[in-house]
Design a protein around this ligand. Structure first.
Ligand code: SF4
Length: 503
């Protein structure tokens, strides 16, 4: 199968130049960096600019007075990271797949005299690896240790490791500092975490990393409302692992959000559809899209992953409950489980089309270090290597049970190709006729405009391109809500709004 091309600018990070020296060091300047990662040519290039990472804006929000904080996201394609004025402190978030780039950045800034702090998900599983490139490593909840790190840096007694659990009251965490973001560069700057943790603990999920204790906690709905209100955006994204883990809380949050008349999307587990009334409340509160980790259409795979979920034969009925309430469904599917036969790709795509999912994302099963899945693969001698660059869910890094690693990669690419085909987009069109046009606009802008995205991102036109669609979607959604409230909405009339529910 012919592999789609990725433009160089989306494939390779900018070269870090040796001739750029720290001429104007600013002692109270902090630079927070989200490192570059190569984009998957099979997926939409646009998904990287939907919302900014909350990890860095949250750390910025915990910065004591007296510091100036700047933000740099290499995925916004603005070239060489800043060096003039030169920051005294550089904070870099490290994930498995862009760890190498994060280390290159850390080494570059350190060699010019900056104090470099590394944190993020990878710090939890491989802290020693990070320590080789950092003055200090923040393990666990970076927001809690950040003020202490800055105080120790200022008094010259920085330690190598700082660690904080996630067991304190989450509602006391400071709000993220969104004003450091370049608003034009994102679909929306209104990203929120209303909760953290998940009632599940799936063996392949980073939440099951050894040593990571993250009890499910929530923030006060009125704080979320305040944040949403103050960020002048029509659309918000909840980046919680699972906003549906505590249904009573979700109900309270929906009632608080409803008067705002803004639209939003969130990741929830499919079991929230146990309560159709809650789905209706979500819709009335502005929820226009959900991201659901279906993971697999095999009950055995779900059971072995340790996920508590309804039977897979009931998935389609549950999707219909969301559609009936005017909520799009973006399904997430993982390929390569031990009970995936060779025809898993075709069967999954065909199910997605039958259930008319507006959007879907595919992932190759990836054993993240420290998780039960990683230990199992290591025990069974099935890991192919430990080159983290390829632990990005688009490469096979282990030997699957019923196919070869290359079959797995080809099947994954084929599934994306099918999903983004004109035929599949047509087959998944909403039933409601008036919703078909906005659905096509979204599908073609999001999924079939990869040639166009690098230009849009570099010009910082992301928000400009999406904003009219967002407004259109918002109006449509609340018109639909009127029908829902009056009881006039029927399954045939529902569904089909714009904007990918991706988070
Ligand atoms: S349901 Fe999702 S977020 Fe929760 S543990 Fe499983 S994979 Fe992770």
């Amino acid at each position: 199968m012919k592999k789609p091309l990725t433009p160089k600018i989306l494939r390779e990070a900018p070269v870090l130049r040796c001739d750029r020296q720290a001429t104007q060091k600013q002692e109270r300047l902090i630079l927070l960096i989200n490192p570059f990662y190569p984009k998957d040519p099979h997926a939409s290039f646009g998904k990287h600019v939907l919302t900014p990472t909350l990890a860095l804006t949250s750390v910025a929000g915990a910065t004591p007075d007296g510091w100036e904080v700047r933000y740099w996201d290499e995925n916004l394609l603005q070239g060489h990271p800043p060096w003039n004025p030169f920051p005294a402190v550089v904070g870099i978030t490290v994930h498995l797949t862009f760890a190498r780039r994060a280390y290159a950045l850390a080494d570059w800034y350190r060699s010019r005299g900056a104090t470099v702090i590394l944190g993020g998900l990878h710090a939890q599983s491989c802290p020693e690896e990070l320590a080789d490139h950092a003055d200090a490593v923040a393990i666990g909840d970076g927001v809690r240790v950040w003020p202490q790190i800055l105080a120790d840096h200022a008094s010259g007694c920085l330690k190598k490791y700082y660690q904080a659990d996630y067991d304190h009251a989450y509602e006391d965490s400071p709000p993220p500092l969104r004003r450091i973001l370049d608003r034009k560069s994102f679909l929306t700057t209104s990203s929120f975490n209303a909760s953290r943790g998940c009632h599940n603990r799936c063996g392949f999920c980073y939440l099951s990393t050894r040593g990571l204790k993250m009890p499910y906690q929530t923030r006060r709905p009125e704080h979320i409302v305040e944040e949403f209100k103050s960020d002048d955006q029509p659309y918000g994204v909840f980046t919680d692992n699972n906003l549906g883990s505590d249904r009573q809380y979700l109900g309270r949050l929906c009632r608080a959000l409803r008067p705002l008349r803004k639209i939003w999307s969130a990741a929830v587990s499919v079991d929230v559809a146990d309560e159709p009334e809650l789905i209706r409340e979500m819709a009335l509160a502005g929820c226009m899209g959900v991201f659901i980790g279906f993971e697999s259409l095999s009950d055995e795979n779900i059971r072995r992953a340790g996920k508590k979920a309804p039977r897979t034969e009931d998935y389609a009925r549950r999707v219909e409950i969301f559609h009936r309430n005017g909520i799009q469904v973006n399904g997430s599917f993982v390929f390569g489980f031990d009970h995936d036969p060779g025809d898993v790709f075709a069967k999954t795509v065909s199910w997605i089309e039958e259930a008319r999912l507006e959007c879907a994302t595919f992932h190759i099963l990836t054993p993240y270090p420290g998780t039960p899945l990683f230990r199992q693969m290591e025990r069974e001698g099935r890991l192919l290597h430990k080159n983290w660059d390829f632990y990005d869910t688009s490469h096979a890094v282990f030997r699957p049970r019923h196919m070869s690693p290359s079959d797995l990669e080809e099947g994954y690419a084929w599934a994306y190709q099918q999903l983004f085909s004109h035929r599949s987009i047509w087959r998944r069109r909403p039933r409601q006729r008036s919703a078909v046009l906005p659905y096509f606009c979204m599908s073609y802008l999001y999924k079939k405009s990869n040639f166009f995205w690098p230009f849009l991102i570099r010009q910082r036109w992301t928000m400009r391109a999406w904003r009219p669609l967002m407004e259109w979607t918002r109006r449509r959604h609340f018109r639909h809500c009127l029908a829902l409230e009056s009881g006039a909405q029927t399954p045939q009339k529902a569904s089909g709004l714009v904007v990918p529910a991706s988070v």
